[in-house]
Design a protein around this ligand. Structure first.
Ligand code: GAL
Length: 832
């Protein structure tokens, strides 16, 4: 372990929504798109008039159709094959003498790019951003054509990757002397509440044939937007070279970045020529914080011991697919925060810039992960095919792109890498950890190991700074005793599966498949390596030096529909045995953002705001008098349960334990676990009202009622926001449709149809219901409720102020409509 118990004094920084240079131009509109093979698609003269016009970010596969021709392992969606994007543009007069580059934040995948038929290069990895210089090949007075060929392969991902130009594109138009792409690195050392040393590294490129003397003006802007320090340095920008300039200063009374107060500073870097004119401006956002990892106690943020209440997240955004959207990402993170989450693992790839910016703003810490495969294949066409040629570039680029985000606290070099089982697997681990340290000495390296014996015996765990174990809570004690200097956490935990609102009448069922392709939601069912959240809570409590966990997963995602059609994590080939299951059941929250029961189990452990949650639903016609297991999840001291007004008794959390079945790999305990984390009553069923009353210090702190519902009679709509922005056509509103009976009771088992409509100053964007086995695609305005809920997503039309009217109707249901205002909103200050 190279840096065990080392003090990671850190702070980090920039790149924000607008963390960019003055020369950055939004290049996301009016791309032409064709899905299919095109001979010579780069030819300038090719007629693309009939191609679709799309806006980027764009995911060509999300609208399906779902088909068992495709692999359920990757969502049953047509993400592989060939697709072409083209954009025509002319330069303005002021752009003609500039240095012009195109920046892609990520193209999924195997992209190749041409400008005016000149081949610029390829990028196999879909999760990394890249830039090409266009300057020498531009037509200054006429039309220019950029062509992008994208060619994802089948059997190339263990989850749904999305397809095409799914992240943003920019045209970077700069003077010949300018700050390089990802060209600032701001870090703070010796951080305390009294003072921090802010260290700034800037890279300046000179594309001229002559050296130039320039001044670098660095202004640090406080979280309130005031310039608090300005430093000016003269330097020589050498012809045709990139120079590195370093500067530091002591900042008194820094406003630290923390989970409660995620304070963000900006560094504005200007280049001035000898006449004193500003010729480039580049703004980087950063935070000042101190991170420290110790083997004995765990992780400290600004001196505060902080456990990871973490989730693993894949990158898709449910019905929106993989196309990045800032508001959709923000909503995901808000839902995660309300579950009590304080940490995100970007499983198993570099995330979108939007996600990192939002984590900076929301005070979430991030484990930024590079790879799911090294040289040994998990799947036929996975990253192993390009690992030798590309891993160094991809890993360095990830760190250079992301190093200024204060939210990032570790770099992960891989997930469940099969080299764990190889005698000399440590060599690759060592090299990758070295790259992390070379690029960023201020953060530790880590990895997620599932091969407990292999990763230790073959010394991979010795090569990284922080050891993550996937699904090994029963081994924490042993590994802590054997390796007292290791800093350890649960990099991936739990993997329980469930379908929102589904409770089969076998109740506490074990790992059985059902004809409805659903999984019961009692939070006990999972594959052989999985275990209920309770077991992780127990082993973490018994081993307090373990730094916390990242549960699998916060949200459901497309692909990997375990237990349906799934065999193991690394299975080659197709997963279609149980079609139409094609999205995951692992989420604590479903694909639409509706919480499943597990969300509340975590909330009961990870949050303090009083809550109580009851399960299952209370619609059990035909079960009158039969015992139904009822669980309550609460963070209060005790809960009293009432059926139709009659008390069924109080139970005390941690004392009255709930029996649940458990059996998983490496766990040698009994097959039943008395969980102190849930309360359980076995209630003889009678229709009516089940009510939980939670008490702390003898006082009622929270209540929940679930009622037997009659037939669904009406739809209720509710929007996540009343007003959304129409500034750029990017903002979305999320509307929940709920089925209710004539008394307004939620119809928890209703699966009837509904028809949607969106009018006014917005357009229909997508819909969904969270059913992992539904074949209705996200672009459909006709869908079904899934256990009483459905989701409608509408987009504000760019520049149109007014009202969006979203309506929903269904057979024998009272229709509903809701209005959401679209308004021009104030842009965040850019400091450019
Ligand atoms: C893990 C793997 C994840 C996912 C999960 C499902 O072993 O790292 O990517 O496959 O299993 O339980």
């Amino acid at each position: 372990m190279r840096f065990s118990n080392f003090l990671w004094l850190l702070l980090l920084m920039p790149m924000s929504v607008w963390a960019q240079s003055k020369g950055q131009i939004d290049f996301n509109k009016d791309w032409k798109f064709y899905k299919g093979t095109v001979a010579n698609g780069e030819q300038k003269t090719l007629n693309d008039d009939k191609w679709a016009t799309v806006r980027i970010p764009h995911d060509w596969a999300i609208d399906g159709p779902f088909s068992d021709e495709y692999n359920a392992r990757s969502g049953g969606l047509p993400f592989h094959g060939e697709g072409w994007y083209r954009k025509h543009f002319t330069l303005t007069n002021t752009q003609k003498d500039k240095q012009v580059a195109i920046e892609f934040e990520g193209v999924m995948n195997n992209s190749e790019v041409w400008i005016n038929e000149h081949y610029l290069g390829k990028r196999p990895f879909g999760y990394i951003g890249f830039e090409y210089d266009l300057t020498p090949y531009l037509n200054k007075d006429g039309e220019n054509v950029i062509a992008v060929k994208v060619a994802p392969e089948d059997l190339s991902s263990r989850w749904y990757p999305g397809a095409g130009m799914y992240r943003k594109v920019w045209l970077n138009v700069n003077n010949p002397i300018h700050i390089a792409h990802w060209g600032t690195f701001v870090k703070a050392t010796n951080v305390s509440s009294r003072v921090a040393t802010v260290e700034m590294e800037v890279e300046v490129e000179n594309h001229l044939k002559v050296d130039e003397v320039v001044s670098l003006v660095q202004s640090v802007i406080s979280p309130e937007g005031k310039v608090i320090e300005t430093l000016e340095t003269k330097t020589v920008a050498e012809a045709g070279k990139t120079i590195h300039a370093f500067k530091s200063f002591n900042l008194l009374k820094p406003q630290l970045w923390s989970q409660e107060n995620p304070n963000l500073y900006h560094l504005k870097t200007e280049i001035k020529n000898q006449k004193g004119e500003v010729t480039d401006t580049y703004v980087s956002r950063f935070g000042i914080r101190d991170i420290k990892f110790t083997a004995k106690e765990g992780f400290f943020l600004n001196g505060k011991l902080t456990k990871f209440y973490g989730v693993c997240l894949h990158h898709d955004l449910g019905p929106l697919g993989a196309a990045v959207n800032r508001r959709a990402t923000e909503r995901q993170l808000q839902i995660m925060k309300s579950m009590g989450v304080n940490a995100i693992r970007t499983s198993h790839n570099p995330p979108s810039t939007e996600l990192l910016e939002l984590c900076d703003e929301m005070g979430l810490v991030v484990l930024d992960e590079a790879f799911d495969e090294w040289k040994i294949a998990k799947i036929e066409n996975g990253y192993h095919k390009v690992f030798d040629e590309w891993h160094e570039r991809d890993l360095r680029d990830m760190i250079r792109r992301d190093r200024n985000h204060p939210s990032i606290i570790m770099w992960s070099i891989g997930n469940e890498i099969l080299e764990q089982g190889q005698k000399d697997g440590w060599k690759v681990a060592q090299r990758l950890a070295e790259i992390c340290h070379e690029e960023d000495p201020s953060r530790p390296s880590t990895a997620g190991f599932n091969n407990y014996y292999g990763s230790i015996k073959n010394k991979l765990a010795d090569q990284i700074d922080i050891v993550g174990f996937n699904y090994k809570p029963a081994k924490y004690k042993e590994v802590v005793e054997a390796h007292p200097d290791w800093i350890i956490y649960g990099s991936e935990t739990e993997s329980v599966t469930s379908s929102r609102g589904v409770y089969h009448d076998t109740f506490l069922e074990k790992y059985t498949k059902f004809s409805d392709n659903q999984v019961t939601s009692y939070d006990i069912v999972g594959p052989v390596w999985a275990y209920p959240p309770d077991m992780e809570f127990k082993f973490q409590a018994e081993n307090p030096s373990i730094m916390g966990e990242f549960m699998w997963t916060g949200f459901d995602y497309f692909g990997e529909p375990t237990p349906y059609g799934g065999r193991d994590n690394s299975t080659n080939g197709y997963w279609n045995d149980d079609w139409p299951s094609k999205s995951s059941y692992f989420g604590a929250v479903d694909l639409c953002g509706f919480p499943k029961d597990r969300y509340y189990l975590y909330q009961s452990q990870w949050t303090d705001t009083p809550m109580v949650h009851l399960l299952p639903h209370w619609n059990w016609k035909g079960f009158e008098g039969k015992e139904i297991p009822v669980f309550a999840y609460t963070n209060a001291e005790e809960v009293e349960l009432f059926l139709n007004g009659k008390s069924l008794g109080k139970k005390v959390k941690g004392v009255d334990k709930a029996m649940i079945p458990v059996k998983f790999r490496f766990y040698e305990g009994p097959n039943n676990f008395e969980s102190p984390y849930r309360l359980r009553w076995d209630v003889p069923y009678a229709a009516g009202e089940l009510k939980a009353v939670a008490y702390t210090d003898g006082k009622v702190v929270s209540e929940e009622i679930i009622a037997t519902s009659g037939r669904a009679k009406a739809i209720e709509l509710s929007a996540d926001r009343k007003v959304i922005s129409c500034n750029d056509g990017e903002d979305l509103v999320f509307v929940t449709a709920k089925a209710v009976d004539q008394n307004g009771n939620f119809c928890a088992t209703f699966n009837g149809e509904l028809q949607l409509d969106v009018k006014g100053t917005g357009t229909f964007e997508a819909s969904g219901n969270g059913d992992a086995a539904s074949l209705i695609t996200a672009n459909s305005k006709k869908l079904k409720f899934f256990n009483g809920l459905a989701l409608i997503i509408a987009r504000a039309n760019e520049g149109q102020e007014g009202m969006i009217t979203i309506s929903a109707k269904g057979k024998k249901l009272k229709a509903a409509s809701i209005q959401v205002e679209t308004k021009k909103t104030k842009e965040p200050e850019s400091f450019l």
